[in-house]
Design a protein around this ligand. Structure first.
Ligand code: NAG
Ligand code: NAG
Ligand code: NAG
Length: 185
């Protein structure tokens, strides 16, 4: 049978291609960082997926599920390529010195549930694109220069819970999530 063989080839091609996209994205992120403790040493851009790298956890598909870089003494900006991590559920960057603005591309992370930016030095508006992510909780306290989404309105429910967040839509959902995050901290 020829067809199954081709199917395997095609499937492998897509798995490898998606791995490369994530390696490229995370490596672009690393290139924007100063890492005095060398915790990103295992981030080798010649590998076909990032699953063996320190501080990255994969689940299915050899695709990054968690990025754990809290309290890691990192300084730098958030590369827009982070938006290419299509299976990412959690991006933990608390207690570092991330600066600059939050890229709008973070709104492309359709599976993201936790975005933890607590205690950094980010500035500018929280991207309104995050309002599309219904399950997302953003922890942004401790970044005095961050402001609410430009397109968003003030939250009508100051302390939303996850259920309200999931039901509400768009920017309102983001504000509820943000309020929840603040309350949590
Ligand atoms: C963080 O990095 C700086 C160098 O940029 C170093 O002096 C300091 O000791 C590091 N702190 C920790 C907790 O590793
Ligand atoms: C990612 O996000 C940017 C900015 O929000 C958008 O312009 C772009 O089309 C998105 N790309 C994908 C692949 O969804
Ligand atoms: C935060 O960034 C500003 C410049 O954007 C800088 O002046 C300030 O020293 C930084 N704060 C910390 C704690 O690194």
């Amino acid at each position: 049978m020829v067809a199954p063989f081709y199917l395997v080839l095609i499937v492998s091609y897509f798995l490898i291609a998606s791995g490369n996209t994530e390696v490229k994205a995370l490596y672009a992120f690393k290139l924007n960082l100063v890492d005095p403790n060398g915790i990103l040493q295992t981030w080798d851009p010649t590998l076909i997926n990032p699953c063996s790298w320190d501080h990255i956890e994969c689940r299915t598909d050899n695709s990054a599920f968690l990025v754990r870089l809290g309290n890691a003494n990192l300084t730098g900006v958030l590369a827009p390529q982070l938006g290419d991590l299509r299976n990412l559920h959690s991006l933990e960057l608390y207690s570092n010195n991330f600066m600059g603005t939050m890229p709008y591309e973070l709104g492309n992370l359709t599976k993201l549930v936790t975005l933890d930016l607590f205690l950094n030095n980010l500035t500018g508006p929280i991207p309104d694109t995050l309002g599309n992510l219904k399950k997302l909780r953003v922890f942004f306290a401790g970044n005095p220069g961050l402001t609410m989404p430009e397109a968003g309105s003030p939250p009508s429910l100051p302390f939303g819970n996850s259920a309200t967040t999931a039901i509400a839509g768009g920017a309102a959902s983001l504000c509820a999530a943000v309020a929840f995050a603040l309350a949590w901290w």
